[in-house]
Design a protein around this ligand. Structure first.
Ligand SMILES: [Zn+2]
Length: 320
């Protein structure tokens, strides 16, 4: 073990004791896109004890410009599964679990069973959900986001200011699909987030601040953050964790992918119904039928021109 991590152990901030702490730690990464793939690779090479990977989506051609673990031949495969396979080859010391799932208020406590959580998603809904869960369960987490040429990182500690203290609801959801991104910024932001996570594992002092880095302008800003007395989460109200904010339909920007949850959760019934209509391909996680993927928790992913068309196709073939 020593030789594999020797350069990290020589680094005086880590040392042999620090490496042992890293080896014993578990981290869950939510979202295996531009930030998540880079973070997962860095943590795997650093010899983290266990990684839990959660992602709901497939690999698309437009992901390859910045999503580090995927190749051209991976287009159409699930991100979480593909990332796990690549990471296992990089470092067999690391235990890796993966879930092809959409994180929601029902499954979060089962999926995010880790010492630290890394938010590498691209949406506020999931961040607020992670924030609720981590505050209530007293888990440390790291928020990270990148778009265009800049990004944010903030380590969130249970007793200090939370994500919702800093970011109010209804922030604009500018994403890589709508505003673009250069790959150097996602790599840099993931690196800052992973460094914060390693410092949390080593019990280093973490400043209560939002780190903003603009790689295009070479500008790093550290904004002091403090608790907001009106923050519902810090006052024990967990709206996202209670499912009060769950959306019926999620639109994946830019690529015409839509996500629904079916009321009918009888997977076998749905499977038999679709088999009568046409060709159904079955994998470990889902059924493929035309441009639809139907998961065993009732989630449907569909590629269509508009949410209305997507909804009508789902109800035509599967029902509500
Ligand atoms: Zn708060």
């Amino acid at each position: 073990m020593d030789n594999k991590y020797s350069r990290q152990i020589i680094f005086n901030k880590i040392g042999r004791k620090g490496q042992e702490k890293i080896r014993k730690a578990s981290i869950a990464i939510v979202g295996l896109g531009a930030l998540g793939t880079v973070a997962a690779e860095q943590l795997t090479r650093a010899g983290i004890g266990k990684l839990i990977l959660i992602d709901r989506d497939f690999i698309e051609e437009s992901n390859l410009q910045r999503q580090a673990l995927y190749n051209e031949e991976d287009i159409g495969k699930f991100k979480a599964e593909t990332a796990a396979k690549k990471l296992e080859k990089i470092n067999s010391d690391v235990k890796i679990d993966f879930f092809v799932s959409d994180l929601n208020h029902k499954n979060i406590s089962k999926l995010l069973f880790a010492d630290i959580i890394l938010d590498c998603t691209d949406n506020f809904y999931t961040r607020y959900l992670i924030n609720d869960y981590c505050k209530k369960s007293r888990i440390k987490w790291v928020y990270s986001a990148a778009v265009k040429g800049y990004g944010n990182v903030m380590a969130v500690l249970p007793e200090k200011a939370c994500f919702r203290c800093v970011f109010n609801e209804a922030e604009s959801d500018e994403t890589c699909d709508t505003a673009g991104i250069i790959n150097t910024v996602s790599t840099a932001i993931a690196s800052i987030a992973v460094t914060q996570a390693l410092k949390l594992i080593l019990n280093e002092k973490i400043e209560q601040e939002l780190i903003r880095f603009d790689i295009w302008d070479n500008d790093i800003t550290k904004i002091k953050v403090s608790k907001n007395e009106k923050c519902p989460v810090c006052n024990g109200i967990y709206e996202y964790l209670q499912g009060k904010k769950e959306k019926g339909i999620v639109i994946y920007c830019g690529n015409n992918n839509y996500q629904f949850y079916l009321k009918n959760k009888n997977f076998n019934e749905i499977k038999n119904k679709l088999k009568k209509i046409g060709k159904v391909k079955e994998t470990d996680f889902c059924l493929f039928f035309e441009d639809m993927a139907i998961f065993n928790d009732g989630r449907v992913l569909i590629k269509e021109k508009s949410p209305e068309r997507a909804k009508s196709l789902v109800s035509k073939y599967i029902g509500d």
